[in-house]
Design a protein around this ligand. Sequence first.
Ligand code: ZN
Ligand code: FE
Ligand code: FE
Ligand code: FE
Length: 162
Amino acid sequence: METMDDFFEHMIQDIYSAEKQALESMPQLVKRVQSDQLRQALQVHQRESESQVTRLEQIAKQLGIDPDGEICMAMQGLIEEAQDLLDQLEDGPLADAAIIGAAQKMEHYEIASYGTARTLALQTGQEKVADLLETTLKEEKAADEKLTFIATHSVNQKAAQE
Ligand code: ZN
Ligand code: FE
Ligand code: FE
Ligand code: FE
């Protein structure tokens, strides 16, 4: 890696790997969920994530790069940690609270990644790429806020009563 272009290519490949790992892990999280509201939120974001993968493929095409080639170790770790945690919990409000926490850690990683990539794209004059990244960034932020809402208005209260 020597130039800004190399670094940017690395970032796109990393987040592409992160998205695909997150998508793959989602059914395992969803099947442990008890709250209908939480299940629905995760399923909506799963569909959004499929569009996000497509957006990254569009970006890669525009830049003439291969989106594959990197494994996001951070997302791998977040998923592993979520699975370890869920292995220690019975299904119910407490597991729901843990799933929200795990999902929000994944969202925050994505928010940091897309925010950085969007800003670099803007500052290097790649406006179309920056727009695509910004669209995804907004979805990630909205997903994170929705999870906070579900936690504070419903799941955490039930978990505290256990
Ligand atoms: Zn993602
Ligand atoms: Fe995403
Ligand atoms: Fe990464
Ligand atoms: Fe996300």
